[in-house]
Design a protein around this ligand. Sequence first.
Ligand code: PMP
Length: 335
Amino acid sequence: MFRPGQKVGFTMMANEAKKIWMDGRLVDAGQAHVHVLSHTFHYGVGVFEGIRCYETPGGPAIFRLEDHVRRLLLSARLYKMPLPYSAEEVARAIDETQAANEIVPSYIRPIVYRGEPALGVKNLKGKVSLAVAAIPAKKYLGPSSETGVRAKISPFRKPQSDAQPSFAKSCGNYVNGYLAGVDAELDGYEEAILLDQNGYIAEGTGENIFLVRDGTVYTPGLESDILLGITRSSVITIAEDLGFKVVQKLLSMNELLSADELFFSGTFAEIAPVREVSHYTIGDGKVGPITREVMQVFYRTIAGKEPKYAAWLHPVPPLSSFGTSHRGAAPKGTA
Ligand code: PMP
């Protein structure tokens, strides 16, 4: 039985970061401070990414780095947080942080924030900063990845995107995810499934959701209030390449509870089968055959063993290739 507070499927140790990249400098993690009166801390106006770096036969490789950088810049744009770095500079900061921390597999967390003391909700002029951390992240190998997770339909619904745009991965969006996740955990479930304001299926607190019915794969589409997950897009490609039809549409509770197979996708959870939803067994309660097929290709891909998707893996350059920048020079564009 799942116990509240128990880690589900993945383990991350935020206190094991060694060096954190802050506006062009790699600083010791213990010195990576932000002012307690910072705007982002008080109002949740910040945007971030969650990225994984994997061990592959060719060395450490970051999964779909360019797509994560593109989404970070989109999130920053939607929140009117003009980042003083180009996409290439952000990618380089991520590479440098990964190289400096020498942790593989890792979870990389770039965050765009206003870190100067500033109270008052409107804050267009505050300096926009970037920090990047890399921490150890074990592969998703918990018992739930074998047997499937138990998820609860959350009483907390997703805010509509005319309240908070869901395509932006903003700090504030996770207040809703927190409430849903804690409610599920206190009820003995491993994850929550959030509905949108109209009662359609949206996503998990940190995952997109897929269901399989009569051999077809379904997932909520762009009209849903979801984050457009990068793992989601990988799953769609893999499933289609395997010959399955993938349909993106509004999904009802009927379709969820009567699905033959169900699984989550996300950078944290990778691909996680779901065996039970709010006391309803999904299919026969076991990992379904289509889920298993997609998982096998995905896990081979991130291990660098699937030539077809080799372009999704970005090799991390050695720290020496960053010259002196890791000793503290600020990149182009910083004040
Ligand atoms: N939805 C939400 C709310 C998330 O936080 C995440 C994790 N970033 C996802 C979906 C999955 O997105 P990705 O596959 O890009 O990690």
